[in-house]
Design a protein. Sequence first.
Length: 91
Amino acid sequence: MSDQSPDESSPNDPPTEIPEAVVQLSPSCCSVYLLLEEHGPLTQQAIVRTGLKRRTVRHALTRLEDGGLVASRPYVADSRQRLYDTVVAEE
């Protein structure tokens, strides 16, 4: 019997499932998508702070947005930035 509730993940849980459309893109797109899936919504600047290059992040976000996998919205705390988050797939 586990003391862990069903909502909590453990280190042994399988990684987040990546949609096939994301897998078809570059590894950097997959990295950015996973960051947003696990920690989003995030600004481009917050993603860059994880160690990815600014140009790489900008390119990945553009590809993900163009593919309908990520959406952005204005960031109220700083109108110069946008918040990015994964799009929930409709079933």
